[in-house]
Design a protein around this ligand. Structure first.
Ligand code: ADP
Ligand code: MG
Length: 293
């Protein structure tokens, strides 16, 4: 009888926009102790328009944007799109860039007009062993308090500008956190973004556990960290970066359009980009397997 119940269960799931790749995970969903969400694009919209710029003394804002747009020319990251757009809006033409390199979870690097230029977040500054000058640090602190992502521009080893990006929390995220708490599930958030940005979003949503400034290759370790506490852990993500974490989780959930890699690493795929489907998934699992006993 069990296979029949499972079959009914998965077709019910499919009708609710959930594609089940692993039925055991579907059964385990009812017992989840904790669910980790990717921040950008999952709990937040991830739109990232440039809303503020700060520059080091003697550096012109338009010049900084021009350089940044050049380095970001070949990056597919949302941050890159926002910077290119900000430059275009001001009628700034980005010069050509050579030797482009994407540094996963850190930023990008390229040669522009014979100079080595980087754009990236706090993980990049750490990697380059650079501290921000006082005025850029103040700018970043203020932006972080307002949950804004900040990326820095480094030219020939000098940190010369910072850009603040707007990202907004998705309206549905509030209900998701409340509903999971009602089900006694711990809610965690995982991001490569700065700690203060992550904390601002987590405070706003009432999230229990925050993992910030995590490099893509380390994301799965945070899943493991909760598992080592004896918890059954779900992971919800959309990006290439999340694939190993999705694979490591007891229930890996890919959301939205998702990348191919994320989809292949997930146990369940939520077709509609609606985080409330995570709650529906847990409830469906509880309802189905209660009936079976
Ligand atoms: P998330 O964990 O929020 O999905 P990522 O792992 O994609 O984020 O990126 C983490 C951080 O790396 C970003 O917040 C940003 O600071 C930096 N970063 C990544 N890609 C870029 C890029 N193309 N330009 C600038 N910064 C970037
Ligand atoms: Mg991501």
């Amino acid at each position: 009888a069990i296979p029949l119940v499972v079959a009914i269960n998965t077709s019910l799931a499919a009708r609710n926009g959930m594609l089940v790749r692993d039925r055991i995970a579907m059964e385990e969903a009812r017992n989840l102790d904790a669910i980790i969400f990717d921040k950008t694009g999952t709990l937040t919209e991830g739109e990232h328009g440039v809303v503020g710029t700060a520059t080091a003394d003697s550096v012109d804002e338009a010049d900084a944007l021009r350089l940044a747009a050049a380095v970001e020319r070949d990056s597919e990251h949302m941050i890159a799109g926002a910077i290119r757009e900000a430059a275009a809006e001001r009628g700034i033409d980005a010069p050509a860039a050579d030797d482009f390199e994407a540094m996963k979870g850190r930023g990008v690097r390229a040669t522009v007009e014979s100079q080595e230029v980087y754009v990236g977040g706090p993980n990049l500054l750490e990697h380059l062993d650079r501290d921000a000058p006082a005025n850029l640090r103040d700018f970043a602190d203020k932006a972080g308090e307002n949950a804004r992502t900040v990326v820095y521009l480094v030219q020939e080893g000098e940190l010369i500008a910072a850009f603040a990006m707007a990202d907004v929390i998705r309206e549905k995220s509030y209900r998701v956190v409340d509903a999971l708490h009602d089900l006694d599930i711990e809610v965690a958030m995982l991001t490569g973004d700065a700690r203060d940005v992550a904390n601002a979003v987590a405070d706003e949503l009432g999230i229990d556990t925050v993992f910030a400034e995590v490099l893509p290759e380390d994301k799965y370790k945070k899943v493991q960290e909760l598992q080592d506490q004896g918890k059954l852990v779900g992971m919800v993500g959309d990006g290439v970066n999340d694939a190993p974490a999705l694979a490591r989780a007891d229930v890996g959930i890919a959301i939205g359009s998702g990348t191919d890699v994320a989809v292949q690493s997930a146990d369940v795929i939520l077709v509609q980009n609606n985080p409330m489907d995570v709650v529906r998934l847990v409830k469906l699992s509880k309802a189905s397997y209660r009936k079976m006993q």
